[in-house]
Design a protein around this ligand. Structure first.
Ligand code: FES
Length: 153
């Protein structure tokens, strides 16, 4: 860990790469303390979240990006679940049957995917793991049992 100003050196902070390199790669999967994290670039912003989808462990590095209800979401390649990359909320469409004509609207299931903090210091990109104690559904796929799914798809 570098001692760059602005980044608190902890065991949970990890140097990802030079900003230009990360942007050029568009998506980087890195391992921090045994946790696989996807760092992705979208329209000038960098985001970090658990690399395997909270639903069944799908490899999010292969997902498309869509804007849904004003939120940047990654679409899991396995079953097309949509996850906000800023806060990890699972997004779904709902219809109120009492309102005609029927009109689907986007709703949140709540936070399902663990997202992590991205920090940039003098062109260097770091992630700091979100170690909040509450269980999030994506946590269950951060075990050795699921590690290989990232590399098989
Ligand atoms: Fe099913 Fe991601 S694994 S939607």
């Amino acid at each position: 860990m570098s001692s760059d100003e602005g980044v608190s050196p902890t065991i949970h902070t990890h140097f990802v790469g030079q900003r230009d390199d990360v942007i050029r790669a568009d998506r980087v999967v890195t391992s921090v303390n045994g946790r696989d994290v996807l760092v992705l670039h979208h329209q000038g912003a960098l985001h970090a979240l658990d690399a395997r989808c909270y639903h069944a462990g799908g490899p999010l590095q292969n997902g498309d990006i869509e804007e849904i209800a004003g939120r940047v979401c990654i679409v899991c390649p396995w079953h097309k679940y949509k996850i906000s990359v800023c806060d990890g909320e699972g997004m779904y469409q709902a219809v109120d049957p009492s309102v005609k004509p029927l009109k689907p609207r986007w709703c949140s299931k709540g936070v399902k995917q663990r997202v992590h903090k991205v920090t940039e210091v003098r062109g260097r990109v770091y992630i700091t793991l979100n170690t909040s104690p509450e269980h999030l559904e994506s946590d269950q796929y951060q075990t050795p049992k699921y590690r290989d799914t990232l590399h098989k798809n």
